[in-house]
Design a protein around this ligand. Sequence first.
Ligand SMILES: [Fe+2]
Length: 222
Amino acid sequence: MMGTDSKVVCGQVQTVALSECESDFPGQPYSVSVLKTGYCVSQTDGTFKADGTITLITGPRTILVDTGGPWDRDFLLMKLKERSLAPGDINLVVGTHGHSDHIGNLSLFPSAVVIVGYDISEGDTYRPNKLAEGHAYTIDEHVSVVPSPGHSGQDVSVLVKGTSAGTVLVAGDLFERCSDEDSWRDQSMNTSVQELSRQEALRIVDVIIPGHGLPFKVLRNR
Ligand SMILES: [Fe+2]
């Protein structure tokens, strides 16, 4: 149902969903690839099926953003192997927030630096940081982890500059999907805080990779 969907947001910004085959964003020095597109589907019995988007960032550092749920273990290993990567090759794992469909496979990466929400750890050593005070955690001049609270209370997104599509934000559940005005508030712990985080993202990035849908472009009137 994606591919041609678009919607005007706040009169200034238009978002345009990309298709399944537009989930790779090559760049210099970093490229961004969606390994699994997240979803959220209501069932007739009142439950819903959901999984979080899994994204790989490759370049000077190899960074995995969200790991899917525990049921994605073999899928994730297979996707890494397809790229000639073993879990030990991942330098940094970012869990955008602490929900089970996003951080279900952290244990595959015991030697990586792990960032989940506002916690940054290496093994059992936790590094002080200022994410909770609203400051980005800089990986290098091209990649940073930015606080984007609202959905769960402690949310981060990963900002990647210099891809072929411009600046990409791997956003976790800051955005459910393109045109998610009907649903994101239902999943939000703090809608007013999340609205501010969303508006800031829409102001500065060119592509958003949401937590439960295909990537989408952000077009601004200049
Ligand atoms: Fe979530």
